[in-house]
Design a protein around this ligand. Structure first.
Ligand code: FAD
Ligand code: 2HG
Ligand code: ZN
Length: 491
């Protein structure tokens, strides 16, 4: 049979269907009753539904079995058995992914990592953390905060996403500008390959130039070559002081100038530079009913955060930066947070956009990298395109409510979101592959930080040439010869 969302994806007949015998095997190896959600021999549809549906409710699978291993050895036994019996598997972390990678397409077994949630060790001198993949990002960061450290990644889904899922997607988030990519801060990984082999590369060294750096392959592989079970991460010192400012800006040109000035004037204390357009702020206001911190309305807003060791000194620096950019006419209005509550409140106008959009209906999301100069042009071109097709309007008869853009300006990463009243084929056809062509013409990336999943399965060629895709397929074959890991996704 085919997928209802992707009629061109067919179930791979090589894969077996899960039988009651398979279920009894899994029950026998997984110690705890609650580690198996069995919809094969029982009516567990309601319990299984959350594992079959993604965060956006855009992708829906049909799995009947969810397994929650508690140890690496259990993951190994599960995968060996699945490989021997040709059972397809979807690794799942917090299920907050935005490209349909974390849920089955057909009846693949979900291996959910939530029970592997222990912090294994933390070295207070080096800042090196070793933890199980199923640790929730926010919980891990709170643990690190108690030791004076910070997890080198922060994102809006921190309350649910797993650190293993973060590595599997190579998530970027709000402070990549400061702490760099997980490719840099991950020191080691333990992972299980499709045939059950445990790859122990849980290195705790900053430097280790001994041949190929294989752990890098698992970072951003989206669960296609192995299940990450443990991670070793270099965590930075937590800054004693944080300051945040929010600016209203009249044009995208001026937003670029503000970024240039922020780097120059705030230099080593700059920890985030985020862009939000007026449309995205209007949607957050509409959903939360909160009053925007700035009086007027502007086509663009920037959130600037500094993290340093001295709140007063950093605050003064940010204050004089604000005065300077206002004097120069780069920024039209701005506000500085004066305490922790205000800092959190300013951040909600950026971090809360995804959540707010999720309340308004279906959203088509495009997470892309574009050279900064043209970053916002894509939003304008898409708005014009949707409008010209007669699909954009204020009333119910139009499928599209708004076309908005926001993102990690400091990393040239735009989040183009087309907010609809309902998912609509006509809208999707208008957007794809047009957006990917637009990106490819500018040598951008069709996936900056969310990955490809099933959403961009067909489109990898817009950002990777045939030689590279060929090499990726070879790697996939080496690690997972039967193709049981996350099938139907991007490779
Ligand atoms: P899941 O969604 O469960 O899985 C994602 C992918 O990783 C799937 O392909 C899955 O098969 C695979 N996977 C999961 N765990 C493992 C494992 N242990 N081993 C192997 N493969 C595995 N992303 C960003 O990059 N930056 C952001 O700023 C950001 N903000 C977000 C804000 C919100 C409100 C939401 C809902 C999402 C956001 N995301 C962001 C996307 C998402 O949170 C990240 O991709 C996150 O890293 C996914 O982690 P997860 O544990 O939820 O993984
Ligand atoms: C963010 O930066 C996330 O807020 C989600 O990456 C982006 O909702 C989106 O498109
Ligand atoms: Zn993002």
């Amino acid at each position: 049979f085919t997928s209802e969302k992707y009629p061109d994806i067919k179930r791979d007949a090589r894969f077996a269907q899960v039988t009651p015998e398979h279920v009894s095997f899994f029950k026998s190896i997984l110690g705890s009753e609650s580690a198996v959600i069995d919809g094969v021999t029982t009516e567990a549809a309601d319990d299984i539904q959350p594992f079959n549906t993604d965060w956006m409710r855009k992708y829906r699978g049909h799995c009947k079995l969810v397994l929650k291993p508690g140890t690496t050895e259990e993951v190994s036994k599960i995968l060996k058995y699945c490989n021997d019996n040709m059972l397809a598997v979807v690794p799942q972390g917090g299920n907050t992914g935005l490209v349909g990678g974390s849920v089955p397409v057909f009846d693949e077994i979900v291996v959910n990592m939530s029970r592997m949630n222990q912090i294994i060790e933390f070295d207070e001198v080096s800042g090196i953390l070793v933890a199980e993949a199923g640790c929730i990002l926010e919980v891990t960061d709170q643990f690190l905060a108690s030791k004076g450290y910070i997890f080198p990644l922060d994102l809006g889904a921190k309350g649910s996403c797993h650190i293993g899922g973060n590595l599997a997607t190579n998530a970027g988030g709000l402070r990549l500008l400061r702490y760099g990519s997980l490719h840099g801060s991950t020191l080691g990984i333990e992972a299980v390959l499709a045939d059950g082999t445990i790859v122990d590369d849980l290195c705790k060294l900053r430097k280790n130039n001994t041949g190929y750096d294989l752990k890098q392959l698992f970072i951003g592989a989206e669960g296609t070559i192995g299940i990450i079970t443990k991670v070793s991460i270099q965590c930075p010192q937590r800054s004693a002081a944080q300051n945040v400012a929010l600016f209203g800006i009249e044009s995208y040109e001026k937003a670029q100038q503000a970024f240039r000035e922020a780097k120059g004037q705030l230099s080593e204390i700059l920890s985030a530079f985020e862009l939000m357009d007026g449309g995205s702020q209007a949607l957050v206001r509409q959903v939360t009913k909160n009053k925007h911190p700035l009086e007027g309305t502007y086509p663009f807003y920037c959130l600037v955060e500094t993290s340093g060791s001295n709140a007063e000194h950093d605050g003064e620096k940010l204050q004089s930066f604000l005065e300077n950019v206002m004097e120069k006419g780069i920024v039209a209005d701005g506000t500085l947070a004066e305490n922790e509550t205000q800092i959190r409140s300013l951040w909600t106008w950026r971090e809360g956009i995804t959540e707010a959009l999720g309340h308004l209906g279906g959203v088509y999301k495009y997470d892309v990298s574009i050279p900064l100069k043209e970053l916002y042009q894509l939003v304008e071109d898409i708005r014009a395109r949707v409008d010209a097709a007669g699909l954009l309007g204020d009333t119910d008869e139009y499928p599209v409510r708004a076309v908005v853009g926001y993102g990690h300006m400091g990393d040239a990463n735009l989040h183009l979101n087309v907010s609809t009243r309902r998912f609509d084929e006509r809208v999707e056809k208008l957007l794809e592959p047009f957006i990917y062509e637009w990106i490819a013409e500018r040598q951008g990336s069709i996936s900056a930080e969310h990955g490809l999943g099933v959403m961009k399965k067909k489109y990898i060629g817009y950002s990777r040439n045939p030689t590279m895709v060929g090499l990726m397929k070879n790697i996939k074959k080496t690690f997972d010869p039967n193709g049981i890991l996350n099938p139907y996704k991007y490779l």
